[in-house]
Design a protein around this ligand. Structure first.
Ligand code: GAL
Length: 903
């Protein structure tokens, strides 16, 4: 008896008695020229790009991924950022915000396919294009088969590949494809491309390998054949370019037609433009306009029909934040909102609605996964252009009707079920994909001039949702063996029956509803909406929900349908499911049954929330430190030589004046928008812009700004100290694969006194990597080195804030408490008002969440993700205000960016 008890205890302690979750079933992945296949079934991969490293809050990864899934995406494209995980050679960290295992588990839980993109080079507007800064010191050209670089990237791959391998679909995970390198188009080395793949295969990667070719098939090589060829070569396309300041100018970078690179693999739009970097600092709302619903309709739908592509990666679905020193300096600032469908503060936009309309369609209509070019129905009006594809097995036709200026036309359409005159109206810069000859559940759709968004079989009947632009006419024709009964439940719809065809004619207005029964088919509920009303629908499995609010999930169990939904106000909800009871979150929602057989109820909105005012600021100047312990610059001036790779670097130059020195000439290279400041014996001499992006023929920009600072007269023999604060901005990318941009140094690169050749001995001090928050969190401000940005720092001896700041660094700290309602999601930003010659690095609970550049704009609001921000507890804000000239900084406040009740 006692032995048995002991055994039981042992079993419990070792965990052997706990039932182990059954391993997820493994699947096969294959492909042909039409599509990917999982277990032999065709898959239309509709994925959106997401960067976990731009959202340092794993809790919120779920939120974003659920929103991506709810829009109808069945996949995500994920870059893995080498630099984010590797602070130094041989050191790798996959913990906390860098826990990519957790990210991949989440995709599995949510049923999202993953295209894994581990580089080693990723571009992505991240510092170094994803190369760790330490790689700049490694001999040998990056992105080549040079031995120095080879050893380095194999080290990264030896860490990331095993993680990706265990999350492959073939082992029950989510990874469906593996993307090597990134737009590897300049200075290419086929042996290197091959080695990346051999290395992946040796690590157990057995899903198809892809590449994202820049920028259309005119670029070579395409990696479709020869040494280094991948299995599924894809193309990146950014037809709208990045000129957000002129959002009405269309397609400056070409027609954006995705191209076929291989006869044996599906057409893959690896990165298709779904937003833009804000190159000209016009603000991301302009970028969202540039890449808005009209562009999405015209370009994305064109791609479906012109190319028959069945693999898409929309860049970006959610952009996120260049927190810390994560951003590459030339193209981006703190926000990487990207004008994406989901904003940086995780809000849904009209682009989200367009993704939903298209995403639900490609998901629902299986024949689209296997199509060939077909003859398009002639259009009576040249303003409406038609193109077509057809499924060779089912005969289903897909007709693109697109127009630049708008027009009404009649299509002479030979459908699989007969020849018809089909009137269509297409708006300016708009496109429709119309379907004919489709077995829709138990129905036969002969044709429709409305677009089909989705359909489902629910409670023994078919439910189909069609839509069109408000005010335009639509017709839908269904085939029956005998005249069916037609009941118009809502709206104004005329019906006629002739030759087996039931024809419904209507105007797209609100949401019309028609119930068709009999005629030798199962009953069918037709929902005929507008672009707007269609976008209020959500679908999970066979459950359709109509609500203006976000619906994250829906499940049916017995006669209960359970939703998870967010509301920002009191909203209606209507559920089409075979259920009698509606539960939202954990609460039963009273409902009535509608004439459409759905359940209708109301969801309440959130309670109002007030954020505290930030008060009680205390300040302290950047410490004036004794530099005797600093690093001696005995191997040149650039800071990377000494491993000081992120953010600011302080230099001290000691000399004994000869008496004839008139000026000091400095050359600092900071990356674009960086600045440096100079003092002599504590007196401010001024500031200058640092050197910027090198191009191939000028590896080190010789023109970093004024650079020459007049010295006050110095008596011979006077000990003098030059202090230089270099504000580095992150590392250039290596898009040209030739090291010239990427390996550009940071920090001081030249220093000389003018008027005398007095020797100057230099010391410097820069950043130390933060072991928790990662290599990009802090630079080398002395306050950062002293932990002034950390929550634990005691600022008891700090003083009340002055109105005016002298040039240099002034630190501010305060605290505030939050207790946001537990069932509400209130994204919070730190807002900076004011202009002037100053910049602010902001730290929230020690996390550096951005840089406000009062002298450059445009960003004023900096998103603080929950997780970094304690939504129930005390928070510490520290600011390093860097005044280039005497400055009066503007106010700082907390602002709510939204308010949702989440259930
Ligand atoms: C692509 C690149 C991405 C990103 C994008 C622009 O060329 O592959 O990583 O940089 O451009 O945002």
């Amino acid at each position: 008896m006692r032995r048995l008890a002991l055994l039981l205890v042992l079993l419990l302690v070792t965990g052997a008695a706990t039932p182990v979750a059954a391993a997820a079933p493994a699947h096969t992945v294959s492909y042909d020229r039409y599509s990917l296949k999982v277990d032999g079934e065709r898959v239309f991969l509709w994925s959106g790009e997401f960067h976990y490293f731009r959202l340092p809050s794993p809790e919120l990864w779920r939120d974003v991924l659920e929103k991506i899934r709810a829009a109808g995406f069945n996949g995500v494209s994920l870059y893995f950022n080498w630099a984010y995980h590797s602070p130094a050679p041989g050191e790798y960290d996959f913990s906390g915000v860098r826990d990519v295992d957790r990210l991949l588990r989440l995709t599995e839980e949510l049923g999202l396919y993953v295209v894994a993109r581990p580089g080693p080079y990723i571009n992505a507007e991240v510092s170094g294009g994803g190369f760790p800064a330490w790689l700049k010191q490694v001999d040998g050209r990056a992105r080549s088969s040079d031995p120095g670089y080879t050893a380095a990237y194999r080290e990264w791959l030896s860490h990331i590949n095993p993680i990706l391998a265990r999350h492959q679909i073939t082992r029950g995970g989510s990874v469906i494809a593996y993307n090597v390198e990134n737009e590897y188009a300049a200075n290419t080395d086929a042996q290197y491309m091959q080695d990346l793949q051999d290395t992946a295969r040796a690590a157990g990667i057995d899903v198809p390998i892809t590449h994202n070719q820049c920028c259309d098939a005119s670029w070579t090589p395409t990696w479709a054949s020869g040494l280094g060829a991948v299995q599924i070569p894809g193309v990146d396309d950014y037809p709208q370019s990045f000129e957000c300041q002129t959002p009405d100018v269309w397609g400056p970078w070409g027609p954006g037609t995705t191209e076929r690179l291989s006869d044996n693999a599906p057409v893959y739009a690896a990165e298709y433009q779904a937003g833009a970097i804000d190159l000209n600092r016009a603000g991301y709302d302009r970028c969202r306009e540039l890449t808005g619903p009209s562009y999405m309709r015209y370009f994305y739908k064109s791609n479906l029909i012109t190319s028959g592509a069945t693999m898409f990666g929309y860049y970006m679905a959610f952009g996120g934040t260049n927190w810390g020193w994560l951003g590459q300096p030339n193209d981006v600032y703190t926000s990487y909102d990207y004008g994406a469908a989901i904003t940086e503060s995780r809000q849904l936009t009209d682009k989200y609605a367009e993704f939903k309309r298209q995403g639900y369609f490609v998901r629902a209509v299986e024949p689209l996964r296997h199509t060939d070019t077909a003859t398009a129905p002639p259009s009576s009006d040249a303003a409406v252009e038609t193109l077509a594809r057809a499924n060779p097995s089912t005969g289903t036709q897909f007709v693109l009707a697109r127009s630049l200026d708008g027009g009404s036309s009649t299509l002479d359409w030979s459908t699989p079920d007969g020849r018809y005159s089909v009137p269509v109206t297409v708006g300016a810069r708009d496109a429709l994909v119309l379907v004919a000859g489709y077995d829709l559940g138990g129905q036969r759709l002969v044709w429709s001039s409305s677009e089909l968004m989705t359909h489902t079989r629910s409670g023994g009947r078919d439910v189909a949702l069609l839509y069109g632009r408000t005010g335009t006419d639509g017709s839908t024709v269904l085939r029956y063996g005998s005249r069916p009964a037609v009941q118009v439940l809502a709206g104004s719809v005329r019906s006629s029956f002739a030759g087996g065809d039931l024809k419904l004619d209507y105007r797209h207005e609100g949401l019309s509803r028609v119930l068709v029964t009999g005629g030798g088919r199962p009953p069918m509920l037709l929902l005929l909406g507008t672009n707007e009303t269609a976008a209020e629908f959500w679908q999970f499995g066979s459950v359709l929900v109509r609500s203006p609010s976000l619906v994250r999930d829906a499940t049916v169990s017995g006669s209960t349908v359970t939703l998870r939904a967010d509301t920002s106000a009191r909203t209606s909800v209507e559920v089409f499911a075979p259920a009698r009871r509606l539960v939202v979150g954990h609460g039963v929602v009273p409902t009535r049954t509608t004439s459409s057989g759905s359940l209708a109820g109301t969801l309440r909105g959130p309670d109002p929330v007030r954020l505290p005012t930030l008060t009680g600021w205390r300040t302290q100047r950047e410490p004036v430190a004794d530099d005797s312990g600093w690093t001696v610059a005995d191997r040149g001036l650039p800071s990377g030589t000494y491993g000081y790779d992120q953010g600011h670097v302080w230099y001290r130059g000691h000399f004994t004046a000869g008496g004839t020195e008139t000026a000091v000439k400095l050359n600092a290279i900071t990356g674009k928008n960086g600045v440096y400041q100079v003092w002599l014996n504590g007196t401010y001499l001024g500031w200058a812009k640092g050197g910027t992006q090198a191009d191939s023929d000028a590896p080190v920009n010789p023109d970093p700004g004024p650079g020459t600072f007049t010295l006050p007269p110095l008596a011979p023999g006077t000990p003098a100290v030059l202090s230089v604060l270099v504000g580095n901005m992150g590392h250039n990318d290596d898009w040209t694969a030739d090291d010239t941009r990427f390996k550009q140094p940071r920090g001081l690169v030249g220093a000389a006194l003018i008027g005398a050749d007095t020797p100057v001995s230099w010391r410097l001090r820069g950043n130390e990597p933060d072991p928790v928050r990662g290599p990009f969190n802090t630079g080398g401000l002395l306050g950062e080195r002293a932990g002034w940005h950390l929550p634990g720092h005691r600022s008891g001896d700090w003083r009340p804030a002055p109105d005016t700041l002298a040039p240099g660094v002034t630190w501010y700290r305060t605290e505030f408490a939050l207790d946001l309602p537990r069932d509400q999601d209130v994204p919070v930003a730190l807002r900076f008002d004011g202009t002037g010659a100053y910049r602010v690095l902001m730290y929230v609970n020690g996390w550096q969440m951005g840089q406000f550049t009062a002298d450059l704009g445009p960003q004023k609001e900096f998103v603080l993700p929950a997780g970094v921000l304690r939504t129930h507890g005390k928070n510490t804000v520290a600011l390093a205000v860097i005044a280039l000239e005497e400055s009066t900084p503007g106010p700082v406040s907390l602002v709510p960016l939204a308010n949702h009740r989440v259930r």
